[in-house]
Design a binder for this molecule. Structure first.
Ligand SMILES: Cc1cc2nc3c(=O)[nH]c(=O)nc-3n(C[C@H](O)[C@H](O)[C@H](O)COP(=O)(O)OP(=O)(O)OC[C@H]3O[C@@H](n4cnc5c(N)ncnc54)[C@H](O)[C@@H]3O)c2cc1C
Length: 503
């Protein structure tokens, strides 16, 4: 198997397949270091814990080597206009609502003007993240803990850590550039020409990022753009050092809306990772730099951010014959809710389980393509939800509310969700990244009104008991869990077990 590309997609896929397929398959990863990697992608999804565990990476080694911190969700600021001068803010935690069923209907029945914000009422995690506490105690098992969590990390250091792990799992590494792809009669790839000569493989994995050298340039898989639905297509990124080494660490991504997009603010161990995401159709590069400067309280000229352009969308077929694309070569929507790495994890797992040891690949490839396209489509609808519920007055936000830009399925759901909350039966699990409760957090965080119906006294009393329990448990957890920075520093300083190491 030949993997081309040494970014997060290439190395994660290499390590995953080496671990899943064992010695049965020999894997070579080819990369052209002079082309570099995209170098962003600092937020993940809770699935990353299972993936790292599967790869045999020690949590302390991961925190130390990838400069990682804990992520408990996303705090959204100013995605709605202020009310009476108070800026709007809400939290999307990873933890599902406490004891799911009874609590959400009870919250919906409460007086909308007097009730606590949704995430605060139904989840312990809101209080923990607001207090900048870690999601777990020291000494809890690797990647385990009472609250769901993911990580923030330094993308370049993550790729290096994954490379070390992949090599330890038997992946061969060659530094050379792919120069040409020679097609096969069946529509796949016969061989690739590289700086170190011609190479052949049973399976070619295209992890060449936005260049999509094999799946796009050579095999011409059509790109399905959703630029008419998700408008952002640029990002200005930078790293900002902390004022002092003991500055408390946020344990959530902070996503602050602006006139034509939003800004991510990620607390890494050594610096804040910041990115201003914007739509070039609504905001020029200079205005975006000024927006970033205003957010940071600095002169834009002194920041010198990196500019990255992208088109939201995906390849209609990411797997064609003996070539499969993973990562940015397959598609990218936008940075909101951090779905790049989770899609790499999903693709690698699907390849591992669908790739036949021999025989035709057409049917597995078709299944892979259908599942991956459905995932992209579902994520695109979930991201659109964040925008189309906003009442902000600027043209970017107004156009997001235009029904013609909202996918029909989301429009239909929004109609239904006026009368009942999102339910697990709305979704097909194997092609979803986000569950019904993720939709609930966004809907009710953004102030969407769902009719609460009526309940008998017993249900009301039970609902009140549950709310009180969340409050008490949340306050206790926010008191007793360690400060986020303290846990990160403790893990980074821990001796690494020789049996399971990331390095
Ligand atoms: C602005 C922005 C913000 C993002 N934020 C997040 C986030 O918060 N969370 C998240 O999960 N994801 C995020 N992503 C997505 C994430 O960055 C990517 O999914 C991830 O980094 C994987 O990238 P990649 O490996 O596919 O591509 P790259 O990192 O671009 O790697 C491509 C590799 O291919 C090699 N290559 C290219 N052409 C050739 C050739 N001809 N020969 C040999 N080698 C070649 C390059 O040298 C490089 O090694 C973000 C993306 C963008 C654009």
């Amino acid at each position: 198997m030949l993997i081309v590309g040494g970014g997060t997609a290439g190395w994660l896929t290499a390590a995953y397949l080496a671990r899943a397929l064992g010695g049965a398959v020999s894997i070579t990863l080819l990369e052209a270091p002079e082309l570099g990697t995209i170098g962003v992608g600092e937020g993940t999804f809770p699935t990353i814990r299972e993936t790292l565990r599967f790869l045999g990476i020690d949590e302390a080694a991961f925190v130390r080597d990838a400069g990682a911190t804990f992520k408990q969700g996303v705090r959204f600021a100013e995605w709605q206009p202020p009310v009476a001068g108070v800026p709007h803010s809400y939290f999307h935690p990873f933890d599902p609502p406490y004891q799911g069923a009874g609590l959400v209907p009870h919250w919906l029945r409460q007086d909308a003007r007097a009730r606590a914000p949704f995430a605060e009422a139904v989840s312990i995690q809101q209080r923990v993240a607001a207090a900048r506490r870690a999601p777990k105690q020291p000494g809890e098992g690797d990647f385990d803990g009472p609250l769901h969590y993911a990580f923030h990390f330094d993308a370049a250091r993550l790729a290096a850590l994954l490379a070390t792990r992949a090599r330890a799992l038997g992946v061969a590494h060659r530094s050379a550039r792919l120069r040409a792809v020679v097609g096969a009669a069946d529509g796949g790839i016969a061989r690739v020409e590289t700086d170190i000569g011609a190479l052949t493989a049973d399976l070619y994995v295209d992890c060449t990022g936005f260049r999509a050298e094999m799946i796009g340039e050579a095999l011409r898989s059509p790109f399905h753009s959703v630029a008419d639905q998700l408008f952002t297509d640029r990002a200005l990124t930078c790293k900002i050092p902390y004022d002092s080494p003991d500055t408390p660490l946020e344990s959530a991504t902070v996503a602050t809306a602006h006139a034509a997009g939003w800004i991510w603010d990620i607390g890494l161990a050594g610096a804040r990772g910041i990115g201003c995401v914007y739509a070039s159709g609504y905001m020029g590069d200079d205005a975006a730099a000024e927006t970033l400067g205003r957010y940071l309280g600095r002169d834009p000229a002194a920041i010198a951010p990196r500019r990255i352009a992208f088109t939201p969308g995906w390849r209609e077929r990411s797997w064609i014959g003996n070539c499969v694309a993973v990562g940015l070569a397959s598609g990218f929507l936008e940075p909101l809710e951090s779905t790049g790495v989770v899609l790499i994890e999903a693709a690698a797992a699907m390849i591992a389980e669908l790739l036949p040891s021999d025989g035709p690949v057409d049917a597995p490839a078709a299944r892979f393509n259908a599942l991956l396209a459905a995932r992209y489509e579902n994520i695109a609808a979930f991201l659109k939800l964040h925008y189309c519920l906003s009442a902000r007055p600027e043209p970017f936000w107004r156009d997001h509310r235009d029904p013609a830009t909202i996918p029909p399925r989301l429009r239909d759901w929004l109609d239904q969700w006026r009368h009942r909350p999102p339910s697990r039966f709305d979704f097909q699990l194997e092609s979803e990244t986000f569950a019904h409760f993720n939709y609930q957090y966004i809907l009710y965080g953004m102030g969407y009104a769902t009719a609460g119906g009526s309940a008998d006294a017993a249900a009301t009393e039970r609902g009140e008991r549950l709310l009180a329990r969340v409050r008490t448990f949340g306050e206790r957890a926010a008191r007793e869990l360690p400060p986020h920075r303290a846990l990160v520093e403790q893990l980074a300083a821990a001796p690494i077990s020789p049996a399971r190491t990331g390095s």
